[in-house]
Design a protein. Structure first.
Length: 414
């Protein structure tokens, strides 16, 4: 008989990785992927009942609010349209964040967890999809030829933060180089929202280190700057060997982060956000729901030619469709997890730091994109780590007087 722990681990794996195309060879049209994404909110509802008494107080409140919201949407559908589910699209988008509660419950039953394993899985999926399947070889450093979608690239922020945190704790150059290499891949994939959110997350992790939440070591600032300067000096000549037209196009695309209104894609998103935000004051508390669905997309969208709409920003989407009520549930789930992680101990474990940074990364990502469903799974795991801190897998921090000797030894050992 399969141990119960392994069943919950399989469920947790499905929540964290089965809701992304990365697990299916990058195939976003996978029937299994579409089915799991559509059913994830539906499966979350019985979890509200099954795990209710093991939830923290915040999640108990959120479970009631989410269940109430779904019931009201079903009753509205029956009253206004004569059928209980006039649009499952409207219901599931509201309930996606409930995946966080499912992930928390699965994590609490799955035994000891390690973010290190998630890092290996993410890098393994990426290498398989992009290198072994050869997708990356059709990429020409332009947004039109990208071989990954933004949600897939967002995964890479986890290994980036993981190796960065290891470096801040242990000062080993190999971890700094691994972190820089991962960030370089994120930049080369040319998803500007992922780039900017990863940088913000890194700044936050450095901030945690400054206030002593990452390590009791002093920060290796000079060593870090010297390493970065050396890397730039070594790579600069190779950059000059690339075709100038490609380099200029790449730089221009990345520069769109700082001037979204002047960028083709960015200006379209700004225009879309401004329009839908202008509709919010008319229905601020509970949004437009089915009426918004009936009105369809005001801008051309081949996925929804008649009804429904895909609003790029998570926050604008929640405000327009579900009002302050819907957006508030999203924000409270994320902020509550961040507070639980921050207050979980004087010094956070590597796993806790990575989850804290990744949730911050998601907060920034949500400005321009809908948050992937799997992101809510990591929010739930973050709450588990915040309330039930796992065993620290790294050695205890060295005394302050031993840091210099440790740095010298690690430098020689590379």
């Amino acid at each position: 008989m399969i141990p119960t722990t392994w069943i919950y681990r399989a469920v947790l794996f499905t929540i964290l990785f089965g809701l992304s195309a990365s697990t299916y060879g990058g195939n976003h049209g996978s029937a299994i992927l579409n089915a799991l994404v559509n059913l994830a909110p539906l499966f979350s509802i019985p979890v509200f009942v099954l795990g209710y008494f093991s939830f923290p107080r915040l999640y108990k409140i959120m479970a009631w609010l989410l269940l109430l919201g779904v019931i009201l949407l079903v009753l509205e559908s029956k009253y206004e349209y004569g059928q209980f589910v006039y649009s499952y699209f409207v219901i599931k988008r509201f309930a996606y964040c409930g995946v966080a509660l499912s992930a928390y419950y699965a994590a609490s039953k799955a035994g000891l967890l390690r973010i290190e394993y998630a890092v290996y899985l993410i890098l393994g999926f990426f290498c398989f999809n992009q290198i072994i399947l050869g997708q990356i070889f059709s990429y020409n450093l332009t947004s039109e030829t990208r071989t990954t979608l933004s949600p897939d690239a967002l995964y890479l922020v986890i290994p980036f933060l993981y190796y960065l945190t290891l470096y801040l704790r242990g000062h080993r150059l190999v971890h700094l180089l691994a972190s820089i290499a991962t960030l370089l891949v994120i930049i080369l994939l040319l998803h500007r929202t992922v780039i900017s959110s990863a940088v913000v997350a890194a700044v936050v992790v450095f901030g945690l280190a400054v206030v002593g939440k990452v390590t009791s070591f002093r920060l290796p600032l000079w060593r870090t700057f010297a390493t970065l300067a050396l890397i730039v000096a070594i790579t600069a000549p190779f950059t000059g060997m690339l075709p100038e037209s490609k380099v200029n196009a790449f730089v221009e695309n990345v520069a769109g982060i700082f001037s979204p209104k002047e960028d083709n894609t960015g200006s379209w998103r700004v225009e879309q956000a401004e329009y839908y935000l202008s509709q919010v004051p008319e229905r601020p508390w509970f949004g437009w729901r089915y009426e918004g669905y009936d009105r369809g997309e005001i801008m051309e969208n081949e996925d929804f030619p008649d009804k429904g709409t895909i609003i790029h920003s998570q926050y604008v989407d929640m405000l327009f469709n579900y009002g302050i009520f819907g957006l508030g549930i999203n924000i409270v789930l994320m902020l509550g997890t961040l507070i639980a992680l921050f207050r979980s101990g004087r010094t956070l474990s590597v796993d806790q730091v990575v989850l804290f940074g990744f949730i911050i990364n998601g907060l920034v990502y949500g400005i321009s994109y809908q948050m992937p469903v799997y992101f809510w799974g990591f929010v739930g795991v973050g709450m588990y780590y915040g309330l039930m801190p796992p065993i620290e897998y790294l050695p205890e921090p060295l005394p302050e007087e031993d840091v210099d000797a440790y740095d010298s030894f690690e430098t020689l050992s590379l």
